[in-house]
Ligand binder design. Sequence first.
Ligand code: FES
Length: 78
Amino acid sequence: MVCVHFLPDNISTEAEAGELILDVAARCGITISTGCLMGTCHACEVEIDDGHAIRACITGVPSGRSHLTINLYSDPTW
Ligand code: FES
C-alpha cells in the first residue's frame, strides 16, 4: 500500500499501486476537475512530490514507494 497525501486539503489515505489518482482522490472526498477522462485535455492535472505534473485520470499510484504527495494547486499553464 502507498500512503497518499493530498494538498492543500491535507488529507491522507492508503491506495494500491496502480490505482488511478483520480479514484483515490474521489474516495476521500476530493474533487479533481476533469474533462475528457482520456488524458488529452489536461484539466485533471495535479502536481506530485517530484514536481512533475501528471494527469490524474490516466495516472496510477506509482509502485515501489511508500508515500506520495499530490498537490492540487492548479497549474496556471494548462
Ligand atoms: S480529464 Fe482530460 S486529461 Fe484527464
